[in-house]
Design a protein around this ligand. Structure first.
Ligand SMILES: Cc1cc2nc3c(=O)[nH]c(=O)nc-3n(C[C@H](O)[C@H](O)[C@H](O)COP(=O)(O)OP(=O)(O)OC[C@H]3O[C@@H](n4cnc5c(N)ncnc54)[C@H](O)[C@@H]3O)c2cc1C
Length: 410
C-alpha cells in the first residue's frame, strides 16, 4: 500500500482530502491527514470578531468533522521533513513515511519579527486580529474605546488575505461611527506598499475610499521598530507614527519546520512551481494554500482554485504523466467596505482585477470592482459556503478554478 500524506488540515488540506478520497484507488493508496490542532478555524470570520458580529465559537469547528471517512487522521505536530528519505519526524520523535506529500501548513503571524511589537504593549494597546485570541482580545478593547489615535499597521508583505487590513479599517470606521466615537478618533492606515493595495486599479479605488472616510494613509512605511512605552511606530527612514491603539498585521511566515528541514525561503515559504503546484526541488512533494512562495494571494479562495488543479496533478503524477500547467493564480475576494457594503475583486497572475459580474456572466448577482450591498451579503454567505460546500470539495456552478473573462472587462 502506498501512502499519500496531507500535512495540515486547514482550508487547503481538508479540500484535498475530500477531493482525493473520491479519486484514489483505495486498494493501492492510503490517505493520512496530519494536523497539530484539533480545531479548524474559518479565518475569514476573524475580521468580524473585533466588532462583536462573530465570536470565537462562530468560527470554530472540529477538524475531524470535515475530513472524509476512509482516511487516517493524526493529531500531532510534524517537526521535521527528511525529503530525501520520504520521512516525516513527529514532535514525539516517531518517524512516518510517505510516497507523496502535500504540504498544506498555511502561514501565521510572527509578532517578534518587529522589535517592540510583542513587548509590554502586546494585547494591552497593541493587538492583532489574525488569530482567534487576538481578535477576541481586540473586541474587548474596542468595546471600551472612547477615542484617540487608532493606527492600523501592516508590517510587510506577503500576508494572508491582503485585503483584510483595509477591510478592518473600513469596518472600524463604521463601528466607531455607529457608537458615536468616530469624531473622537483619528484613523491612520500605515502600509509598506506605495498605495492602499497591491493591485494598481484596486489601490486607486480603495485609496479614494480611505480619503473619503477621513482615514489618513501613510504609505511606503518600512517599519523598523515599535516603541511600546512612547507608543510610536518608527520606520527605517526615520518617519514616526504615534498611536493610542495599534492594530498590527505582523510579519506572516510559513511553519518553522521548513527552515529546520532546509526546504523554505527566508520566510519559510516553500518554493513552488507557479502553474503545477509541485514543490520546485522535490518530485513527490506538492504545495497548496498559504504555505507556498507563489505570487498569488494567500487566500482560501485561491486554495479552492488550486485544489482542483492539484487533484488532477496528483493523479497524473501517480500515472507517471506530465503535470498540467493549469493554475493561473486565480483569486476572488470580497472586500467589506463598512455600512453594509462591499466590493468583489477577481484577478489572476496576469490579469488585474476586472469589471463585470460574478459568477454568472451578465447576471451576477455580484458586481466586480463596485461597492454594493449584494457584495456585502456575499461576504456573509461565504461562512456557510465554506463549511458546507468549499471544504467538502463540492463543485460550485459557474465557479472555475481558472479565471474566466466572460462578461468581464479590464
Ligand atoms: C483575518 C483573516 C481574514 C481572511 N479573510 C479571507 C477572505 O475573506 N477570503 C479568503 O479567501 N481568505 C481569507 N483569509 C485567508 C484564509 O483563511 C487562508 O488563506 C486559508 O485558511 C489558507 O489555507 P491553508 O490550508 O493554506 O492554511 P490554514 O487554513 O491556515 O491551515 C494550515 C493548517 O496546518 C496546520 N499545521 C501547520 N504546521 C503544522 C505542523 N508543523 N504540523 C502539523 N500541523 C501543522 C495548522 O495547525 C493548520 O490547521 C483570511 C485570513 C485571515 C487571518
Amino acid at each position: 500500500m502506498k501512502k499519500l500524506v496531507i500535512l495540515g488540515a486547514g482550508a487547503g488540506g481538508t479540500m484535498m482530502a475530500n477531493h482525493l478520497v473520491k479519486k484514489l484507488n483505495k486498494k493501492e493508496w492510503s490517505i493520512t491527514v496530519i494536523d497539530q490542532e484539533r480545531k479548524h478555524y474559518y479565518q475569514a470570520g476573524f475580521l468580524f470578531i473585533p466588532f462583536g458580529s462573530y465570536t470565537a465559537k462562530n468560527v470554530t469547528k472540529q477538524i475531524a468533522q470535515y475530513l472524509p471517512k476512509g482516511i487516517e487522521h493524526l493529531n500531532i505536530r510534524v517537526d521535521l521533513i527528511k525529503p530525501e528519505e520520504n520521512k516525516l519526524i513527529f514532535s514525539d520523535g516517531k518517524e512516518f513515511e510517505y510516497d507523496i506529500l502535500i504540504a498544506a501548513t498555511g502561514c501565521r503571524i510572527i509578532p517578534s519579527e518587529v522589535e517592540g511589537l510583542d513587548g509590554i504593549g502586546w494585547r494591552k494597546d497593541i493587538f492583532d486580529f489574525y488569530t482567534v485570541e487576538g481578535a477576541t482580545a481586540l473586541a474587548e478593547k474596542l468595546n471600551g474605546w472612547e477615542g484617540g489615535n487608532l493606527v492600523v499597521h501592516l508590517a510587510e508583505m506577503p500576508i494572508k488575505c491582503p485585503v483584510a487590513p483595509l477591510e478592518f479599517v473600513f469596518l472600524v470606521d463604521w463601528f466607531l461611527t455607529k457608537r458615536g466615537k468616530r469624531e473622537n478618533t483619528k484613523l491612520t492606515y500605515v502600509t509598506p506598499l506605495s498605495g492602499a493595495f497591491t493591485k494598481e486599479k484596486t489601490s486607486e479605488i480603495l485609496g479614494h475610499m480611505l480619503t473619503d472616510k477621513n482615514i489618513e494613509i501613510v504609505a511606503d512605511f518600512a517599519v523598523e521598530k515599535v516603541d511600546p512605552e512612547a507608543k510610536v511606530l518608527h520606520s527605517y527612514d526615520e518617519k514616526t507614527v504615534p498611536y493610542d491603539l495599534l492594530v498590527s498585521i505582523p510579519t506572516n511566515m510559513g511553519d518553522e519546520l521548513y527552515e529546520k528541514s532546509g526546504m523554505g525561503d527566508d520566510l519559510n515559504f516553500i518554493p513552488t512551481e507557479k502553474h503545477t503546484l509541485k514543490a520546485k526541488n522535490y518530485e513527490n512533494i506538492f504545495v497548496i494554500g498559504d504555505a507556498s512562495d507563489l505570487p498569488a494571494s494567500k487566500a482560501g479562495s485561491v486554495a479552492h482554485a488550486q485544489s482542483e488543479v492539484l487533484t488532477e496533478n496528483i493523479l497524473r503524477h501517480i500515472k507517471g504523466e506530465e503535470l498540467l500547467q493549469d493554475f493561473d493564480g486565480h483569486a476572488n475576494c470580497f472586500i467589506e467596505s463598512g455600512f453594509g457594503q462591499g466590493f468583489l475583486i477577481d484577478f489572476n497572475y496576469d490579469v488585474p482585477p476586472v469589471q463585470g459580474t460574478f459568477p454568472v456572466p451578465g447576471i451576477g448577482p455580484f458586481s466586480l470592482l463596485k461597492e454594493t450591498r449584494m457584495n456585502h451579503m456575499g461576504k456573509l454567505i461565504m461562512k456557510w459556503m465554506y463549511w458546507n460546500i468549499i471544504l467538502k470539495g463540492v463543485k460550485i456552478p459557474f465557479m472555475t478554478s481558472k479565471m474566466s473573462l466572460k462578461g468581464k472587462k479590464l
